[in-house]
Design a protein around this ligand. Structure first.
Ligand code: AMP
Length: 548
């Protein structure tokens, strides 16, 4: 017998519906931004939605048609927020690019994505001018500023002023209705080997993620919140907060490029921020500032810390000294990004304090919409006993199916279902709390940003005195991990630490250059000739970096 169809309306899950909802139901709620220009800008969801519609009109006037990619090189701010909605809402793809990458990598990513328009903050004008010859797909450049800040002269052809584009439109534009599976935004990750790969989100996946992220045991977003995302809008859509905040009608505060402890604390206090989110390195800066200046947090109630493991001492300091609840979260670009968060359930309340702390230090439980599995070397599922540690697999409504373009399909099968292999190694306990224990992918994560060990090894190998080179992650108190270069010199060749490190200058972004070099007689290998990084990591686990 045929199943009976439900009799409910079909309303596609579209990103434009989030901003429309906020404008209608929380129209007076503010969005406050510290601008690149240095001053504070404030307006409301109602104002923002009108400007998003004007931007949609302007992008169409520039010749954009559905599916075109609109690249951004921008900090967290209201104009970036408008591009999120103006581009995605009009069936274009908002492609956020990480400006901290090496210029060649930025150009490679913009070209791989075939960005048609590139919108960028004033701070990135020299960078974009320098990159111009390497951006063949870009037809229009948009400087995200007003007329008074436009350069008198520039090498960029077709450079428009963002505010002029907005001012030229009347806003008489209705958000189009289309298939919710349409692509909405694109974000590249360099967290794996080879070239960066794009995660292409859909309207459906983004709206479902926004629902999931806002749940009480996830980020717990509410209309009574004032939310300041420290995590950049070019890092997986600021963990979805620019979508979840309008969904619930929360006030948004954008810090612009000013991410140091002092600037952040000022903004927390001035705007009475209740909730924030960022990587551990950012919180280290905030805590240091609070300690040195003898300050307190008067309004911040909770923060999500993720992107790298949150050190237990950081949680304790924030909770005990400043009254800020820490929610430890795990996710990935390929997961939009939220996968798990650590919150206690009713059954955990009676546990001794130490055990409760122990649970909260884990990466946490999956949000509804995400399913987890761990597998052993034989590819078989491992038990959820908190002890068995294996490769972490995920599946769900906001997990990628394949990478953008022809970068491939990473999925693998388990028990008849397709799963995304995360490259993380984890345990899961009987209650479903996941804990990351290691990483099988060969990368270093420094202050929330990826550094490719392979790229660093290739550069070292190009030095005439180097026989073999391996780069491993070394613990660092501020950056969590920093690259450590292990080198075998060619017989008779002379090479010291300073000359080896100087060899990296100009070949890679400064912050990606290894912190230290260790010279060894040989690097351990597997039977098949692969470098045994795990063994190297164990061997140099106690190594202290020069500035640590
Ligand atoms: P990205 O795609 O840049 O967001 O990086 C995702 C990766 O960062 C994960 O696969 C983990 O290796 C790491 N990561 C993210 N959150 C955490 C966390 N809470 N603890 C440990 N590692 C994390």
């Amino acid at each position: 017998m045929a199943a009976m169809p439900g009799q409910m309306m079909q309303m596609p899950l579209l990103i434009s519906s989030l901003i429309r909802h906020a404008a209608r139901h929380s129209g007076d709620t503010e969005i406050v931004s510290r601008r690149v220009e240095g001053d504070i800008h404030r307006y409301t969801y109602r104002d923002a939605e009108l400007r998003c519609r004007k931007l949609a009109q302007a992008l169409a006037r520039l010749g954009c048609t559905p599916g075109d990619r609109v690249g951004t090189l921008a900090w967290n701010g209201y104009r970036h927020f408008e591009i999120y909605y103006g581009a995605s809402g009009s069936q274009l793809v908002c492609h956020t690019i990480n400006p901290r990458l090496f210029p060649e990598q930025i150009a490679w990513i913009a070209t791989d994505a075939a960005d048609r328009v590139l919108c960028f903050d004033l701070s990135f004008l020299p960078l974009v001018e320098q990159l111009l010859p390497a951006l063949p797909t870009v037809r229009h450049f948009v400087l995200m500023t007003d007329r008074s800040h436009m350069p008198a002269a520039t090498a960029l052809p077709n450079l428009s002023c963002y505010e002029d584009l907005i001012d030229a439109e009347d806003g008489r534009y209705s958000w189009p209705v289309f298939d919710e599976n349409t692509a909405s935004s694109l974000c590249y990750t360099s967290g794996t080997t080879g070239h960066p790969k794009g995660a292409l989100y859909s309207h459906r996946s983004s709206v479902l993620h926004a629902y999931g992220a806002a749940l009480p045991d996830a980020m717990g977003c509410s209309a009574s919140d004032v939310i300041l995302p420290v995590v950049p809008m070019f890092h997986v859509n600021a963990w979805g907060l620019p979508y979840s905040a309008p969904m619930v009608g929360a006030k948004l505060v954008f810090p612009g490029p000013f991410l140091d402890g002092k600037s952040l604390h000022e903004l927390f206090e001035q705007e009475q921020v209740t909730f924030s989110a960022g990587v551990p390195t950012v919180w280290l800066g905030v805590i240091n500032h609070l300690k040195c200046a003898g300050l307190k947090m008067s309004s911040l109630k909770r923060t999500v810390i993720g992107g790298a493991a949150c050190p237990p001492a950081m949680r304790q300091t924030l909770e005990n000294d400043y009254g800020v609840e820490v929610i430890h979260a795990w996710g990935m670009t390929e997961l939009s990004p939220l996968g798990t968060l650590s919150k206690l359930g009713a059954s955990h309340r009676h546990l001794p304090a130490e055990q409760r702390q122990h649970l909260l230090e884990k990466q946490g439980r999956a949000i509804f919409g995400i399913d987890l599995a761990i597998v052993g070397d034989d590819g078989q599922a491992l038990p959820w006993d908190g002890k068995a540690s294996g490769d972490l697999l995920v599946r769900g409504s906001w997990v990628i199916d394949r990478y953008f373009g022809d970068a491939g399909c990473p999925l693998r099968e388990l028990d008849g279902e397709m799963w995304f292999p995360t490259g993380d190694v984890a345990t899961i306990d009987t209650d479903g709390f996941m804990q990351i224990t290691d990483r099988s992918k060969d990368v270093i994560k420094s202050g929330g940003e990826w550094i490719s060990s392979i790229e660093l090894e290739n550069i070292a190998m190009a030095h005439p005195a180097v026989l073999e080179a391996a780069v491993i992650a070394c613990r660092h108190p501020k950056w969590d991990e920093r690259p450590l270069l292990v080198v075998v010199r060619k017989p008779g060749a002379e090479l010291d630490r300073e000359r080896m490190l100087a060899f990296y200058a100009g070949k890679i972004a400064k912050w990606q250059i290894p912190d230290d070099v260790i010279f060894v007689d040989e690097i351990p290998h597997t039977a098949t000739g692969k470098m045994l990084k795990m063994k190297l990591r164990q061997q140099f686990a106690g190594h202290t970096l020069p500035d640590a």
